[in-house]
Design a protein around this ligand. Sequence first.
Ligand SMILES: *[C@@H]1O[C@H](CO)[C@@H](O)[C@H](O)[C@H]1NC(C)=O
Ligand SMILES: *[C@@H]1O[C@H](CO)[C@@H](O)[C@H](O)[C@H]1NC(C)=O
Ligand SMILES: *[C@@H]1O[C@H](CO)[C@@H](O)[C@H](O)[C@H]1NC(C)=O
Ligand SMILES: *[C@@H]1O[C@H](CO)[C@@H](O)[C@H](O)[C@H]1NC(C)=O
Length: 435
Amino acid sequence: MTSCSPLLCLLFLTLSFFLLSPSQVASSSSPVIFPIRKDDLSRLYYTTIQIGTPPTSVITLLDLSGQWSWFNCDGGYNSSAYRAVPCGSNTCNSAAGLGCVSCSGPIRPGCTNDTCGVFAYNPFQNTLFSDGLGEDVLVVRGTDGLKYNSRLHIGQFPVSCVDSSAAEGLPKATEGIIALSRAAISLPSKLSEALKLPKKFALCLPSSSRLGHGDLYVGGGPYYRPFTGKKDFSKTLLITKLLVNPVSSAPIHGDSDVSVEYFIGVRAIKVDYTPISFDSSLLSINSTDGVGGTKISSITPYTTMHSSIYKALVKAFTKAALKRKIVQAAAVAPFGACFRLSTIQKGGNAGPEVPRVVLVLQSGVSWLLKGANSMVTVSKEVICLGFVDGGSKPATSIVVGGHQMEDNLVEFDVGASTFAFSNSLRDQNTSCSHF
Ligand SMILES: *[C@@H]1O[C@H](CO)[C@@H](O)[C@H](O)[C@H]1NC(C)=O
Ligand SMILES: *[C@@H]1O[C@H](CO)[C@@H](O)[C@H](O)[C@H]1NC(C)=O
Ligand SMILES: *[C@@H]1O[C@H](CO)[C@@H](O)[C@H](O)[C@H]1NC(C)=O
Ligand SMILES: *[C@@H]1O[C@H](CO)[C@@H](O)[C@H](O)[C@H]1NC(C)=O
């Protein structure tokens, strides 16, 4: 604890009692929802959280790989409910904190002594910043499956304050990162624990900022979507196993730490029903060094693949496209296969009529990527296969990116170790966007 005057201490105590009073927690059996917006420039996804006392809106990027949540507090963020987590405390240990952080003052969120040290990892700089861990009040909204129905206060949400240099490189609109990984102090882990909700969350990523917002659900369904009434999509999702990579790829981790990221088992990749051929050992995770396999990433705009998989995909897709009399165009970086839009049939809701890319997953379910998820329009005349070459030595062979998940409902059930998905909601007369 940082020092406080008796009056302030009393205030803290009263406040935490109020915020953690059983009636507050028990009253929430409904899951929680956050709006997701797309930043059209970076093609990444963010939400706005309400944090602190009084509540302040902070725009934060959603990161499925993130271990700790953090944001830039240089803008004068000062919350009366903010408390530094002491080093050596149980909270610090469960947050995998390291060492003690101090600060010359004046005292404010992000500047306290004897504070549990954590690392804010900025993936856009590939830099780690050592900062103090704090806890603050998070204001969240309960949901009936689409709309808000209540307001809840989470008393001790773990977050780090960083300075502006640590936040450099983030998409322009955003000021920090919300961790969605399986780490104990990520947003979904913490909310499920505090509200006694199932340990699962779901993303419905919108395809454009113009069409409204998508949704992040924490704590399970029902999942309703616009224009489909009371159809609960949680009942019709396809299910595969959620895998754990036994070797952590976090910038700082212990020898026995497993990865906090979400892996799934891709068994084969098909283009229009025909499997493409490549060295299938790339699809397994090597348990010694953690290399290989398939993970899901919300900060990768387009799915990246090991070069040899990527080349096989481009070859098979181009061949299937030519069969449909689709005319190839010069490639536009970062894509390796582009086509003339005028030679492609417009298709239905799920995008232009192009060969289907299918990820066949463990347990036999197929993730179908139709035009809206497989293609990217780069100009009035040209459309490209929206996958990117990840080089010949990537740590992970396939990184499923945001574009491929848009307008799909995807659910990460950490409790049951399952990954469930809807396939394109556009084929089901709805989408991930609404106002
Ligand atoms: C932050 O607020 C606390 C009281 O809530 C106050 O004591 C402190 O001086 C403030 N710090 C800054 C930098 O405004
Ligand atoms: C931390 O401790 C040092 C040395 O006692 C002191 O000078 C400094 O003001 C303290 N910082 C804060 C934020 O209280
Ligand atoms: C797994 O990784 C280890 C260490 O890099 C390597 O020695 C081994 O050959 C790899 N196993 C397979 C099956 O590739
Ligand atoms: C979507 O709407 C079309 C036309 O209104 C209808 O024919 C089709 O059955 C609907 N599909 C689903 C999955 O509801």
